[in-house]
Design a protein around this ligand. Structure first.
Ligand code: ADP
Length: 473
């Protein structure tokens, strides 16, 4: 098969979260299985862009409403990622430092999608499937089927993967003229609650919709920022496929970011060395269990309860553990996390910002990873942590529920709780600290989780099956 992924992120070119990890890994595994996989994404001003060589693959001229623009598609020359990588350059729109967060994001990603389909419609052949990801590319299924100018490619099957349904890319109907001329009888396929809702439109128009874990798909029918009824209605074409992790990038034995690498046989010693280095850098006490949080400091991740959790556990359980937090996001949460530093010196520290290397060192050096998420479509952190022998402490939701089994259950290896509340999390931390003292049991759990198979092979096969089901229709 020939699969064309169209996405706003792809690791290591540009990544803001899990979406980037998935689009950087899945195509690689599809190629390994003998398929042709291509990725098209916007050309941002990233380090990757300047460090690699490119050739021009296509040039075009198109429009976003009455704004006409040139676009260029460049291809990475050496195939360094293991699949064909194409970047789209649209002057003044896509070539920015960051992926998102600009006031004209709607215009940026709508222009990107139009130019993407213009490019595909200029091909001499058609890909077997177009695979789009999240709301930034979710207008493609509608445009492909309903815009007259894409009549020559409207037979191509299209799959939408939802990595996060909280963000939907909603825009007013006053922007409908951005789209190439379409069959206006079908305007309802764009609409949700009197606005153009790209994610909802993608769910309506794609041939198949996948979510990044089976539990997340069930949750979307109950809680999806207004789209609950739509997911219930369209459930026949929806399917949950758990993400894998890129076991080449996330491998404690070969991780290029680690000073002290370790294989499964040297886990205890290897992790200790990484823990020492972290504790030295952040002024922590390495005799105590180290509990870390890595992620966006937003409500979805339950980040705002962290200051309360840290204060409560120190007060009620005692200073029997260390905390280290890496993240950025909500300014108030950042401020509160900074302000408790003084109070909890030697047992707590925080790094506000995004730091890929530090995240790898934390997965390697920590004893526990805390994830009090309200919403977690799949969650990659817990899988990375387990591969590095770090026990996840997670709320039972979405992909966390699908990947972590409480050590109290038969064959379990992690710690699970039910509510995003200081009390529930503190109780789990108490369980963690007690388990840490029981070295034999703790090491047993470590051994189990390090051997779990979270590789992409299985998930990648499931995606191929999903594509094939459409073709059989
Ligand atoms: P989401 O996409 O919702 O943010 P995921 O669990 O799917 O969450 O993916 C998070 C990814 O982003 C992981 O690879 C995690 O290590 C990384 N990450 C999140 N915040 C940071 C940060 N501040 N520094 C480094 N890596 C981070």
């Amino acid at each position: 098969m020939e699969i064309l992924h169209i996405s706003a992120e792809c690791y290591p070119v540009a990544k803001a979260g899990g979406l980037g990890d998935v689009v950087g890994a899945l195509p690689k595994y599809q190629v390994k299985e003998g398929h042709v996989a291509k990725v098209l994404m916007p050309m941002y001003r990233t380090k990757f862009l300047y460090e690699h060589e490119w050739e021009v693959a296509h040039q075009g001229y198109t429009n976003l409403g009455n704004r006409w623009f040139n676009f260029t598609i460049i291809k990475e020359k050496s195939n360094i990622l293991g699949f064909d990588l194409y970047l789209m350059d649209i002057n003044n729109l896509l070539d920015r430092e960051k992926v998102y967060g600009y006031s004209d994001d709607t215009e940026r990603f709508t222009a990107f999608q139009i130019a993407a389909l213009d490019w595909v419609s200029s091909w001499k052949h058609s890909p077997s499937v177009i695979h789009v990801h999240d709301h930034h590319t979710a207008l493609i299924p509608f445009m492909l089927r309903e815009c007259y100018k894409y009549g020559n490619i409207n037979h191509i099957p299209v799959v939408l993967t939802i990595h996060n349904a909280e963000y939907q890319g909603i825009m007013g109907w006053d922007k409908s003229h951005y789209l190439p001329e379409y069959n206006t009888w079908n305007w309802g396929k764009l609409d949700w609650n009197n606005a153009i809702n790209p994610l909802a439109s993608g769910v309506k128009c794609a041939d198949k919709v996948t979510t990044v874990s089976p539990s997340y798909l069930q949750e979307l029918k109950l809680n999806s920022n207004g789209l609950e009824a739509l997911f219930e209605y369209e459930k026949g074409k929806c399917l949950g496929i758990l993400n894998g992790i890129d076991t080449k990038v996330w491998d404690p034995e070969h991780d290029k970011y680690l000073e002290h690498r370790f294989g499964i046989k040297e886990t205890e010693g290897g992790k200790l060395k990484n823990k020492y280095s972290l504790c030295d850098e952040f002024g922590l006490d390495y005799d105590k269990p180290l509990i870390v949080f890595i992620g966006r400091l937003v409500g979805e991740k339950g980040a705002e309860i962290l200051p309360g959790v840290i204060r409560d556990t120190f007060e009620f359980i005692g200073r029997r553990m260390n905390f280290l937090i890496l993240g950025s996001g909500n300014a108030e949460t950042e401020g509160r996390l900074n302000s408790i530093k003084e109070l909890a010196r030697n047992d707590y520290n925080v790094y506000i910002g995004y730091n890929e290397q530090l995240s790898h060192r934390m997965y390697a050096g920590a004893d526990f990873l805390l994830m009090p998420s309200r919403v977690e479509p799949c969650g990659l952190n817990q899988m990375y942590a387990m591969r590095y022998g770090t026990m996840p402490i997670v709320r039972r939701t979405g992909g966390l529920q699908d990947t972590v089994k409480d050590f109290g259950d038969h064959g379990g290896y992690g710690i699970c709780f039910n509510h995003v509340s200081v009390g529930d999390v503190s109780h789990s931390i108490w369980r963690a600290v007690e388990l840490y003292r029981n070295k034999e049991k703790f090491n047993q759990c470590r051994e189990i989780m390090m051997q779990l198979d979270f590789g992409w092979e299985k998930s990648s096969e499931e995606y191929i099956k999903a594509y094939q089901q459409i073709n059989l229709k």
